[in-house]
Design a protein around this ligand. Structure first.
Ligand SMILES: NC(=O)C1=CN([C@@H]2O[C@H](COP(=O)(O)OP(=O)(O)OC[C@H]3O[C@@H](n4cnc5c(N)ncnc54)[C@H](OP(=O)(O)O)[C@@H]3O)[C@@H](O)[C@H]2O)C=CC1
Ligand SMILES: O=C(O)C1=N[C@H](C(=O)O)C[C@H](O)C1
Length: 274
């Protein structure tokens, strides 16, 4: 059976490197040993004994032509930086690189429009952990079938991540949008973001995961105070994102082979079809 060629961008970043290590151990994939990265000065990095060549933003136009000529079609996975999302998507669309976008941030409407106007399929989602995607699907079902169910309820949202995270949680933003449809009055600005390690330790986040976690709590209180509902998803480390990301990569490859062009899929699409 032939394997799927995969290039993971954002190495030596934390999540990109984790996903790369998982892909190397997954018999469905062969890794393209290049990674489009940021302006850092490293030229190569060793990941589990494989040398990955890092391609800086200024070099990528030339290098990608050579990679395509040498390897043929491959799936691109992006775990880079919120400030890089818009230009990366424009680059993937312009160079016909079907992709999985795990990076949060950017202009989400614009990136969907870019894909819709391109010749490639893509999966775009702020969370690739399949159990969280399942939870999102349940909330979306509620929003579509019982709009206004939580009207008048008071919502609080707390999300905690490693101190250097560049943006507000993309997952929290996506879940809030569904709760808005369920009737809750809440905006992204109301999210309680925790980035202070001391506060995180006091919340019970294990010391070894202060530098890599995503803890989310959503609570809803009835207007008369008589009832309270809660949703919690607490993730330590980054391994949980690998399975969903790699399933999304197989999905994008399947869509490419089917000839799908200019279409954005979600992780809920992936979950339903894998
Ligand atoms: N969808 C999901 O399930 C998940 C999404 N995420 C998201 O993934 C993203 C990455 O997170 P994380 O690994 O923790 O971040 P890191 O800061 O550890 O890594 C980001 C990497 O991106 C690189 N980078 C910066 N600019 C560019 C550019 N223009 N093109 C390509 N690469 C660039 C950085 O390079 P340099 O050091 O040179 O700047 C760095 O290597 C975040 O948006 C995060 O929210 C995280 C977990 C799960
Ligand atoms: O930066 C992270 O770490 C994470 N980012 C995603 C988000 O912004 O929601 C997903 C997860 O929470 C981890």
């Amino acid at each position: 059976m032939s394997t799927i060629l995969i290039m993971i961008n954002g190495v030596p970043g934390k999540v990109a490197t984790t996903i790369l290590a998982h892909a190397m151990n997954d018999e469905r994939f062969t890794v393209v040993p290049f990674s489009l990265t940021g302006p850092g000065t490293e030229k190569t990095v060793d990941v589990n004994g494989t040398e990955i060549t890092l391609v800086s933003p200024g070099e990528r136009g030339e290098v990608i032509k050579k990679i395509k000529a040498e390897y043929g079609p491959f799936v691109t996975v992006d775990y880079t930086h919120p400030t890089a999302v818009d230009t990366n998507v424009a680059f993937y669309c312009a160079n016909d690189l079907p992709f999985v976008m795990g990076t949060t941030g950017g202009n989400r409407e614009q990136i969907r429009e870019d894909v819709n106007n391109s010749s490639i399929p893509a999966v775009i989602a702020p969370n690739m952990a399949k159990q969280i995607v399942g939870l999102q699907a349940m909330i979306e079902y509620g929003a579509q079938n019982f709009p206004g169910l939580f009207k008048g309820f008071e919502m609080t949202v707390k999300e905690s991540h490693q101190s250097w995270k560049a943006d507000t949680s993309g997952t929290a933003k996506a879940i809030i949008r569904q709760f808005n449809l369920l009737g809750v009055d809440f905006t992204e600005a109301d999210i309680d973001m925790v980035r202070d390690p001391e506060e995180q330790k006091a919340m019970g986040i294990p010391e070894e995961h202060i530098d890599g976690h995503g803890w989310h709590t959503y609570t809803l209180k009835a207007p008369d105070g008589s009832s309270e509902f809660g949703i919690v998803h607490n993730i330590n480390g980054r391994d949980i994102y690998a399975e969903g990301t790699l399933d999304a990569a197989t999905y994008v490859e399947k869509k490419r082979l089917e000839g799908v062009k200019g279409h954005c899929f979600s992780m809920i699409d992936v979950l339903k079809n894998i």
